[in-house]
Design a binder for this molecule. Structure first.
Ligand code: UTP
Length: 299
């Protein structure tokens, strides 16, 4: 019988230095796009894909993240009393089932591969998802759901990474795929390189923060030494699968990805998600149009 993907790891133990000073006291994942923290978008995407267990790899200073998932009876009671039913429903939609969340500590930010490895004891012999909440993807069908469907279709239980075409000069910011066979939305991969210079990049197909991995990849992390930037890279552990002659797939997702780990990406996402919201669209679009015409007039 094929195994279902029911667990997801959310590595949130990074230092978030690109958002200092905010991240001095606020976890990056709690920063809000319109009115929801980044982590809520990630949780909603995971739920849509059938995930039942949510494993957070956290670190010092991430208390606000843990608090966010607690039920807030005082607030719920106040909203109920005030008859604010819509807000009450919004709040309730963020509540998590008891026992569905686990927190594991990464004591030192040794890299994404290491963060995933820290959760190894909560993963038994089954495939699992990894979601990086700072990659926010707007999509009609949530991207992890697209991937779980593709994973079930391949039927061979091989690791899969979300992939997206990027301009060649940007490859040094990503893990990049060396493509063996291009089958359209799926590509079979023969190699992966973390943050290659444009001239060394094997393609312009970059890995984005959604993965479906196998316990074998976790075992590979045991052997991975510090890679690019001295960090224990998840890319290297996945590439090890290929070295062992096991399949690895890239999945070209349908959706628009925003790099909310960077300031420019976060601002772009704010504009896109603001414009997509029915309750804000008119006012916000008018404001943006005014801004653009003022800018043009000043030029
Ligand atoms: P980033 O590369 O964005 O690093 O990590 P960062 O620390 O979050 O942010 P900057 O670069 O300092 O601004 C990608 C993802 O991997 C997690 C991060 O929390 C983020 O979700 N991560 C990274 C860990 O959990 N542990 C690590 O040691 C490194």
């Amino acid at each position: 019988m094929r195994q279902k993907v029911t667990k997801a790891i959310f590595p949130v133990a990074g230092l978030g230095t690109r958002f200092l000073p905010a991240t001095k006291s606020i976890p990056k994942e709690i920063m809000t796009l319109v009115d929801r923290p980044l982590i809520q978008y990630a949780i909603d995407e995971a739920r849509a894909a059938g995930i039942k267990e949510f494993i957070f790899v956290t670190s010092r200073g991430k208390g606000a993240l843990e608090d966010y998932f607690d039920i807030n009876p005082v607030l719920e009671q106040a909203l109920r009393k005030a008859g604010k039913d819509a807000l009450l429903e919004t709040l309730k939609a963020t509540n998590m089932e008891s026992g569905a969340i686990a927190y594991i500590r990464q004591h030192k930010a040794l890299g994404l591969g290491h963060a995933v490895w820290c959760a190894r004891r909560l993963i038994s012999n089954e495939p699992f998802a990894v979601i990086l909440p700072d990659d926010v993807i707007a999509a009609d069908t949530p991207v992890l759901q697209q991937m779980v469907e593709a994973f079930e279709e391949t039927g061979d239980g091989s690791a899969m990474v979300a992939a997206m075409e990027v301009p060649k000069e940007k490859t040094s910011a990503y893990g990049v795929l060396d493509v063996d066979e291009d089958m359209g939305s799926l590509v079979r991969v023969k190699g992966m390189v973390e943050k290659p210079k444009a001239e060394d990049a094997p393609s312009n197909l970059a890995v984005i923060g959604r993965y479906i991995l196998t316990p074998k990849v976790l075992q590979n992390i045991n052997k991975v030494k510090g890679g690019a930037g001295g960090e224990i890279q998840l890319t290297d552990a996945i590439a090890e699968e290929i070295a062992k002659e096991r399949n690895v797939y890239g999945y070209r997702f349908r959706g628009q990805r925003f790099d909310c780990g960077s300031k420019a990406g976060f601002l772009q996402a704010t504009v896109a998600f603001g414009m997509a919201r029915e309750d804000l669209r008119d006012e916000f679009t008018t404001y943006l149009e005014e801004m653009m015409s003022l800018r043009k007039a000043a030029q």
